[in-house]
Design a protein around this ligand. Structure first.
Ligand code: ZN
Length: 445
């Protein structure tokens, strides 16, 4: 059967390859819908930092609604990871000694800020974070240098407690395991990189910046596989160009910054109204923090459902007291029910799937041909990375008398009901780019 159709496809191609694509409204005319399944907007649920209640509390709630999500995980935190936090560079005692005589400046800041968190003093990590934040803001570099000088002075004076003493006071923190993450990945959840140790990437020198991005990717690749090496979020939502560039050399997409010309990228701090965008797509990020009112969170969903070009990327952190700015299980239940109730208009998908859909569609060409009762559709994209394998939704006009069609692509065959609207008929179906031509023909009643 498949062979027969294959031969038939070549016959039709031979007959019609010289004809132009069909005009709008004609039977056979085909377009790639803006969003998967012909929906009006997209929503992605994303979680940062891998705090334990995301898995213990939020996952069971999402399971009840059948919602997918993407987790940006700090890989050095996970037991069994090959790579943990470490300083890449000169022996650190040489660096500590130099700080006694030479103040921190623009030439030595990155090395010192990279090393300070890995000298064995947990309290020093806070200095890395604070100095890195000031440095990333790019306004008061002297303040960043002072913080690093202060931290190294405390190291030299023995003020900081060693890691072991510190752990006794901090207690033990429950952590997710790779085995649990594998089980969740197998159920459709996406995992993505949030670096090895969650540093301020802007304050790292090149060797340490690369380590944080590459070794996190390597542990995810080793434990979860290639599919989960698609997305990254540089900690603290940094837009530092050096950090973001480095991330985009190693991952297909960053939540920090999406450089694609057809996307208006509105991060969590951007107050622009997404409805004002003139671009084909808007990636609109919103963070649900502890004090974010439920009415505001629901209004984001209402906004995208009333437009046709907005991808709402929701950012969650802590849940039920564990993690930064936690939300509660009751809030998640109410909010997810609200999103789910609008699913007829919203495509709810992982961060990587929405990215793939947008890029595949914008880099695709679709051509269609008609030969009597048969429609042939050829879908091609020019993306070369093997990650881009997501089927796209096509909408093809068919004769209004048709009730059901058979859609063939290679070995895949599906019966699809014709939708009748204003005296015309169309079908929605999925097709994989750069695969066999799609053949559509009516099913005789
Ligand atoms: Zn984070």
């Amino acid at each position: 059967m498949a062979n027969k159709w294959c031969v038939r496809a070549f016959e039709i191609l031979g007959l019609l390859v010289l004809s132009a694509g069909l005009a709008s409204g004609q039977v056979g005319q085909t377009q790639i819908t803006k969003w998967q399944y012909g929906k009006s907007a997209a929503v992605s649920l994303t979680y940062d930092d891998g705090s334990i209640n995301q898995f213990r509390v939020a996952v069971p709630i999402m399971d009840t609604f059948g919602l997918p999500a993407t987790f940006f995980i700090i890989t050095g935190d996970i037991p069994g990871s090959r790579y943990h936090g470490t300083f890449i560079g000169r022996p650190t005692n040489a660096i500590v000694q130099e700080t006694a005589n030479a103040p921190t400046n623009k030439d030595n800041f990155l090395e010192r800020a990279s090393a300070i968190g890995f000298l064995g003093y947990p309290e020093a990590i806070d200095y890395h974070t604070r100095a890195g934040e000031v440095f990333d803001e790019g306004k008061d570099f002297d303040k960043a240098y002072q913080l690093i000088d202060e931290a190294y002075a405390k190291v030299r004076q023995g003020v900081f407690k060693r890691a072991a003493e510190h752990l006794n006071s901090a207690g033990h923190r429950e952590r997710i395991t790779w085995e649990e993450l594998i089980a969740l990945a197998n159920r459709g959840y996406e995992f993505a990189s949030h670096t090895v140790t969650h540093p301020r990437l802007a304050a790292l020198d090149d060797a340490n910046l690369v380590y944080e991005l590459e070794k996190s990717r390597q542990d995810i690749l080793d434990h979860l596989g290639f599919k989960h090496t698609f997305s990254v979020e540089c900690p603290y939502g940094t837009e530092n160009p050096r950090a973001v560039q480095s991330a985009l050399q190693r991952y297909q997409v960053a939540r920090n910054h999406m450089p694609d010309s057809f996307v208006d990228d509105l991060d969590r701090w951007n107050t622009m109204d997404p409805a004002g965008s003139k671009k084909e797509y808007v990636r609109w990020q919103q963070g649900a923090l502890t004090k974010t009112p439920m009415t505001l969170m629901k209004s984001w969903v209402d906004t995208i459902a009333s437009r046709d070009n907005i991808w709402l990327v929701l950012v969650f952190h802590g849940v039920n007291g564990k993690g930064w700015e936690p939300t509660t299980d009751d809030e998640l239940k109410e909010y997810f029910a609200y999103i789910k109730a609008k699913e007829d208009r919203l495509w709810i998908a992982t961060f990587q799937d929405v990215t793939k859909y947008i890029r595949e569609r914008m880099h695709s060409e679709v051509r269609s041909y008609r030969d009597g009762e048969t429609i042939l559709v050829v879908l091609r994209d020019n993306l070369t990375d093997p990650s881009y394998d997501l089927p796209l939704t096509l909408k093809t006009n068919v004769a209004s008398a048709w009730q059901t069609v058979e859609v063939h692509q290679g070995e895949r065959v599906k019966h699809v009901e014709v939708v009748h609207q204003n005296g015309q008929g169309y079908v929605l179906y999925q097709a994989v780019p750069n695969a066999e031509a799609v053949m559509i023909r009516p099913v005789q009643p």
